[in-house]
Write a new protein. Sequence first.
Length: 356
Amino acid sequence: MDFHTLVINPGSTSTKIALFRNDTSLFEETIRHQQEELKRFKKLMDQYDFRKRVILDLLKERHFEVNDLDAVCGRGGLLKAIPGGTYEVNDQMLQDLKNGYNGEHASNLGGLIAFEIADKANAKSYIVDPVVVDEMEEVARISGVPELPRKSIFHALNQKAVARRASEQLDKDYEKANLIVAHMGGGITVGAHKDGKVIDVNNGLHGEGPFSPERAGTVPAGDLVQLSLSGEYYIDEIMKKLIGKGGLTAYLGTSDALEVEERIKEGDSEAELIYQAMAYQIAKEIGSLSVVFGRDLDAIVLTGGLAYGKDFVENIINQVDWIAEVLVYPGENEMSALNEGALRVLKGEEKPKVYV
Ligand SMILES: Nc1ncnc2c1ncn2[C@@H]1O[C@H](COP(=O)(O)OP(=O)(O)O)[C@@H](O)[C@H]1O
Ligand SMILES: CCCC(=O)OP(=O)(O)O
């Protein structure tokens, strides 16, 4: 029997869509959204109709009938912290995605849009390895302020998929490998994968780790408090400085690394400094996680959209290759990882987990 699965992956700077027949990709497309285009939406949920329309228009262009779908699998979402796996979308999940239980991120739209499209087609809807997968060790949760424990919010789906690929290349079981994986996209997360678990990782959403094309990363905490209380900004404006309008966007007015690279080629020294600083912060994050493994690190893995940037990647490698071998997998494997998660359930090889 053939299973047709539509995969939906809303990211901070793009909407990715793919259609699979069993494990064969029939098409995959990335629609990049300029800041200008998303700026008109005040809240994430305001993007719902826009992102759904993008997906449905594309299916129409490809002459694919929604009713022929067996499943729709979305990337989700800022739910409660949960173990990895495939979850069927249910009412509790819809509610938590809508309310942003752990905050706002484009992937909240993944499960919601998947459910609506699947519901109309009488198909199943799932999410796989959402950004809240939490395998952190207790020692890594301590932040220094008891009311503010560190949280595991990261590119779980791609980090896990790429870590498995790297382990295979190293001829090791993922469950026995020691890896540092840096996912470098609209957000940037760097995770310590030990024996198949991500035991430490920066919270890629809420102001921790390297700055990214659209996020601030770690900022001086006291100064942030002062700025927040200065009376010059509403809370939403401060949050936007951390997520959405931080990082490259704040310094250079764009989240598009290709544009930044173009500007550097044309001699823009400000663009060069900021781009170098982003590479420097990623290298420092990798360096700090390396102590988790002592001398037993198998490899450092670079992935995500920014890993296509040759000079950018070279810059990071030059700073960290003394620590361990560096493997580079540009882009991400999220679409096939989502499809595989749904397919395992559709084929009855695995039971879907229930979100409560
Ligand atoms: N060929 C490329 N060279 C350098 N940077 C690239 C390339 N392709 C995409 N990028 C950059 O990668 C970032 C987006 O990465 P991606 O993983 O697609 O993000 P997300 O899924 O978080 O939206 C953007 O800054 C984009 O400009
Ligand atoms: C850290 C949560 C996942 C994330 O940041 O995804 P994008 O880079 O796609 O925005």
